[in-house]
Design a protein around this ligand. Structure first.
Ligand code: RP5
Length: 163
């Protein structure tokens, strides 16, 4: 696999996960962090999962955001094949509203961690921010952009309830 300067890989179990996972990409865009996204299904494209996960570090990625819904094995399986940090996003499923996704992702056995985010859009957005925070540990310019992002968030919260 060719080396890449793109630090964040966003993978998801289905194209149908993209409306949710796009919120992670939007936050990375806002913070000036490059990303790439691809559909990698643990169940439908297992060989693609193996190739991506085993090659992700050599490809230059630093953080993997993995979103899936239902029987959501993708983040855990990806984590089993890479030393890169994996941020798992439980995509909200129709049948069980994402509780199935959450429980499939969160309870990893000791030794193979997945940093599990909230169900759905908040989790995806926070995965983007958390990936940026990890990268900011060794990137002062990004750390400054994150500080400005937090300050703007604080400024956006009015103390009063009047219009
Ligand atoms: C999972 O199954 C995907 O992550 C998705 O959330 C869910 C449904 O996929 P589709 O049937 O919409 O392709 O693998």
């Amino acid at each position: 696999m060719a080396t890449s300067a793109t630090p964040v890989a966003i993978i998801m179990g289905s194209r149908s996960d993209w409306p949710t996972m796009k919120l992670a990409a939007d936050k990375l865009d806002q913070l000036g962090v490059a990303w790439t996204a691809k559909v990698v299904s643990a169940h439908r494209t297992p060989q693609r999962l193996v190739e991506f996960s085993t090659g992700a570090k050599a490809a230059g990625f630093k953080v993997i955001i993995a979103g899936a819904g239902g029987a959501a094995h993708l983040p855990g399986m990806a984590a089993s094949m890479t030393e890169l940090p994996v941020l798992g996003v439980p995509v909200q499923s129709k049948a069980l509203k994402g509780m199935d996704s959450l429980l499939s992702i969160v309870q990893m056995p000791a030794g193979v961690p997945v940093a599990t985010l909230a169900i759905g859009e908040a989790g995806a957005a926070n995965a983007g921010i958390l990936a940026a925070q990890i990268l900011a540990l060794s990137d002062e310019a990004l750390a400054a952009r994150l500080a400005a992002f937090r300050a703007a968030l604080t400024d956006s919260v009015a103390e009063t309830v009047e219009d």
